[in-house]
Design a protein around this ligand. Structure first.
Ligand SMILES: [Zn+2]
Length: 515
């Protein structure tokens, strides 16, 4: 408290409120950390037979968390703190911001609707899995319609959150990336399309042939596990506070910065797939391990947003991991482990094979150049869904038309077209666009990093310590203390700008494909 015009009594009672509020938020934090371990267990080692009871536990837990965030006690804290926000220290201010956002988003929705929605998405997810297996969108369509309608019903209670001149979908976008709106994303994606679409056409017309034959060389899973550890060590993911295992979909899970776990997926006939999953998840993990002392272990000791988090994973996966210098440094070690398999492969060949670009159907397997178009397609469809401009049963056609328009290919089935992603079955709308933000932020960070460091030289030397320190100071150590926009302003003095990403892709692919 800095305001000395207040009476001693007022100051004391404010201090008391801050202390009690901090303790309450710590309770939420601890529950969150326990929840993280439970979900890691479910994704890795939990037996199939326990699925039904696990789902019950998960929805019980979700409802209890909902109650903590929306309790009368929380409302009282928020009301008492509201007139004094400017006087609060940075940490309490950030806790207040997070508590207020959660309260505003959740408290207005009746509890029975929250429960109904949780049960519906559980069911819809199961139907989606079966529909995808059968490659039959018609099976999933009625459930998707119910999920979208239920979502709209909940959004009706949140209409006051629509920014001036905005729309319903803005609320969802803001849920996943604070302060992002349709207006900002439209500009971002239009700028990106202007560069990416013509560049993809030029790459397709290029005569350059890239040899990728050695990518399918068999590499045993124990050997790939060794490579995972080697990569973790090279990029600076601390395994004393970390752990690598396998799961169907790779992810990073972090109760707190002293316990940051990652998973990957091994395919004996595609060693690079796991390599790049590991590098991607290492990026998330290095962020989580890098929390500053003032926030480590607390609710703020966590990445600030999906977009900024994804920038770190993309930075290590693509900017570093898909660079020629990285392969120049890695190749001797890889050849020592696999002398016969890669006898004739040069760093340049590895580099080119890791960056081959061609239009493909599956988003998660797309190369760096075509990736953002997959995201744009989902963003445009979600806009249609929430503006009420399209019928659910028309989605496969809309999706296929967009693939043809942007990537020049038409998905031959629903399974690899409209049904490929899990997100909509869980009701995760507004999430996809953050994937594209990550790559754009990563390129922007590289631009600024290159003003301070000789990035290529450091990567070639295998010395990432200075790069990690730079990212730690600008991004990691701040955790959730600031919103993405505030963090950008504080560390870089500007906001997200697609121009850096456009320039990065143009430079990289023009050189690679000799355009
Ligand atoms: Zn990621």
């Amino acid at each position: 408290m800095k305001d000395n015009k207040k009476s001693k009594g007022e100051v004391k009672s404010m201090k008391d409120t801050v202390a009690k509020f901090t303790k309450y938020m710590e309770r939420i934090n601890m529950f969150g950390q326990i929840g993280a371990i439970v979900s890691f267990d479910a994704e890795t080692v939990a037996p199939e037979g326990g699925l039904a009871q696990r789902a019950k536990r998960a929805s019980f837990f979700e409802l209890e968390m909902h109650k903590l965030h929306t309790s009368k006690k929380m409302k009282k804290f928020l009301d008492e703190l509201a007139p004094h926000v400017k006087e609060l220290d940075d940490i309490t201010k950030a806790l207040y911001r997070i508590a207020k956002d959660e309260y505003n988003a959740k408290a207005k929705i009746p509890e029975e609707l929250v429960e109904k929605y949780a049960a519906l998405t559980e069911e819809a997810h199961d139907v989606w899995r079966k529909a995808r297996e059968a490659s039959d969108f018609a099976k999933f369509a009625p459930y998707l319609k119910r999920v979208v309608d239920a979502h709209k019903e909940m959004l009706e209670y949140r209409k006051d959150e629509i920014p001036k001149g905005g729309c319903l979908y803005d609320i969802l976008l803001n849920d996943y990336e604070k302060d992002m709106t349709v207006k900002k994303y439209d500009k971002f994606f239009e700028d990106l399309k202007d560069t990416v679409v013509p560049l993809i056409k030029k790459v397709a017309a290029s005569k350059k042939k890239i040899d990728t034959s050695f990518k399918s060389e068999a590499v045993s899973i124990p050997m790939q596990e060794k490579i995972s550890e080697l990569l973790a060590k090279k990029v600076g993911y601390d395994l004393n506070r970390g752990y690598i295992t396998a799961s169907t979909h790779p992810f990073c899970n972090s109760p707190d910065s002293t316990d940051v776990r990652i998973t990957t997926r091994y395919d004996e006939k595609d060693f690079m797939s796991s390599m790049y999953s590991v590098l991607h998840e290492c990026g998330h993990a290095i962020y989580e391990q890098g929390m500053g002392e003032d926030i480590a272990g607390s609710l703020l000791g966590d990445g600030t947003s999906m977009g900024i988090h994804e920038s770190q994973s993309r930075f290590y996966e693509n900017v570093i991991g898909r660079s020629l210098e990285f392969w120049q440094e890695l190749t001797p070690d890889l050849k020592e482990l696999l002398p016969k398999e890669f006898e004739d492969v040069t760093p340049e060949m590895f580099f080119e094979a890791a960056n081959e670009s061609k239009p493909s159907f599956i988003r998660v397997e797309a190369d760096e150049l075509t990736y953002s178009l997959h995201v744009i397609i989902r963003y445009e469809i979600e806009k249609l869904l929430f503006n009420g401009d399209c019928k659910i049963e028309d989605l496969p056609g809309i999706c296929n038309t967009k693939y043809q328009e942007y990537l020049g290919i038409t998905p031959p089935s629903d399974a690899i077209g409209v049904l490929q992603d899990i997100h909509w079955s869980w009701g995760l709308f507004g999430y996809f666009p953050t994937y594209a933000l990550g790559s754009a932020y990563a390129a922007q960070f590289l631009h600024y990093m290159s003003q301070d460091l000789n990035v290529k030289k450091l990567v070639k030397k295998g010395d990432l310590s200075k790069i990690n320190k730079w990212l730690n100071e600008k991004i990691h150590s701040h955790g959730s203390k600031y919103t993405p926009e505030k963090l950008m302003k504080k560390s870089f003095g500007e906001q997200l700008d697609a121009k850096y990403y456009a320039a990065y892709l143009t430079e990289k692919y023009s050189a690679l494909y000799e355009l």
